[in-house]
Design a protein around this ligand. Sequence first.
Ligand code: THU
Length: 125
Amino acid sequence: MDNKTLLKQAMEARKHAHCPYSRFPVGAALLCADGTVYTGVNVENAVNSLSICAERVALFNAISAGKHDFVKLAVVCKAAYCRPCGACRQVLHEHAPDLKIVMGSSQGTYKSTTISNLLPEAFSL
Ligand code: THU
């Protein structure tokens, strides 16, 4: 699946972000090796530390459906370009060290990289 198509799915998902505190909606779409796509949005809580990012929601959504092989994740927000936070980088790297990352803007432009580029020397046990 090409980057633009995956980004579109992230943009579509982003409409469902639950972000009453930050008013900063984020959408993510994760492409699995079998061609399926799982999306996620940020879901915030009044207790700030209980909020979760769109990238991890997409990953956990896919894992919950029994998926374990991941190819590419697109993430979109209003920033140019939407860069996954450090916590998401660590979690994504553990499940998919070869993952491609497409960092999009709400204008439809994007930059592509890899999780190992975003998190060199990642922690593992
Ligand atoms: N957020 C994400 O969903 N992904 C990131 O990689 C960084 C930040 C969310 C968390 C919070 O709901 C909002 O963006 C503002 O920080």
